[in-house]
Design a binder for this molecule. Sequence first.
Ligand code: SF4
Length: 511
Amino acid sequence: MPQSAEKILDHATLFREPEYKELFARKRALEGTPCSEEVTKIADWTKSWEYREKNFAREALTINPAKACQPLGAVFVAAGFERTLSFVHGSQGCVAYYRSHLSRHFKEPCSAVSSSMTEDAAVFGGLQNMIDGLANAYALYSPKMIAVSTTCMAEVIGDDLQAFIATSKQKGSVPADFDVPYAHTPAFVGSHTTGYDNMLKGILEHFWKGRTRTPNQTINIIPGFDGYAVANNREIKRILDLMGVEYTFLSDVSDQFDTPSDGEYRMYDGGTTLEAAKAAQDAAATISLQEYCTPKTLEYIAAQGQQVLAVNYPLGVSATDELLEKISALTGKPIPEALEKERGRFVDAIADSQAYLHGKTYAIYGDPDFVYAMARFVLETGGEPKHCLCTNANNAWAEKMQALFDTSPFGVGCKAWAGKDLWHLRSLLATEPVDLLIGNSYGKYLERDVKVPLVRLTFPIFDRHHHHRFPVWGYQGGLRVLVSVLDKIFDKLDNDGSEAGVNDISFDLTR
Ligand code: SF4
């Protein structure tokens, strides 16, 4: 074997050595894998219009959904509160998935515990798991709050969180006055954005129920489930500080998922303080930055007497304008000159690159607010968001997308696909190709398969590092999105002209 202690090969190079190639060939023969000609023939057929029609006729099967399950969103939103430990009532494997999903994206440890339900708890109920689990979590990890959500298993057998938590407190697992908000997050309904909404509403209900509201002039900001939250939250805070607005973030993961390496391990860092979460009931208004992440939470907040507003992921010029105008109207604070200048610079940058942006076609997928915002920005640049796909959206979202397309001549022929998955997107890309694909790391298989360059701009991004450390919101963030798209366009131009003397007519130094 080529591996040796003197020269350790990474798996990427090691498995290309002749010994491994032979081993893989023998494995294929043993498994009776069809010959490569047959594989290519079928793969090509699955890129045809005939197959596309069969693929879109599919009803009872989802292949590669562009979404995750509810508890992931619950764990994410709970991480944005001071010294809060997520406790997921259900099986260990599920919680390992949430932790690893968030760790792989943010390149930070993610702490969450489970009640470790196994076969006996699935039959007889998980009360004892909750009693023991809460006691252990409280004793071992010193949280200030434990936020309880559920996996499929606990929901299928119908465990009652309110009763279980009350019983656990009676049995002394945690002190009677210890904060244990909860939310049922059945994973077979909705997605991670639904789980975000349910858990946030659960936390607010926990703090606000029975408390008398004393209105003041502050505003609450709910960022929503966002893979760029580390930098985006900081960018929104910078903007609010420039405007002189008093605000409270309801769930702020920016420090929790960006702890420094200075010799001290921080299991908890930053987040909305529990006192601030309580006092947020007194705010004049709450703005959700992602409408589709917060329907139940906003309904609950509105019932408290607050004004509620929602935008759809403030990425791009008009989306940032809309947010700033809403904040200004709510608070009476003018938009400062510094932000107007940032806007002007952003518009200038788009104009500088117009020759390369105009008429480019795109496929976009991800969460409903992200896809809406990205399509809106593409239209602003003179591009055409041809295929916009969202697994965790409904027809109302598709209608809103169509209304967006109708606002621009570049929206003609664009279509929103609600409830479809990445295998549907493959058919769209194969039959109606576009210039660029915008989504998350899972799009790399589509990129290889249908040869459409991928721009990674949404959660999860596992195979590239540190994107989340730079904002995509606001005018400054928009610049970064613009550069990411342009880099991909220029890379493609260079790749298409990389053979000297053959096709390098546009292998230009200056563009
Ligand atoms: S879908 Fe259900 S089983 Fe799968 S990770 Fe989510 S909670 Fe666990």
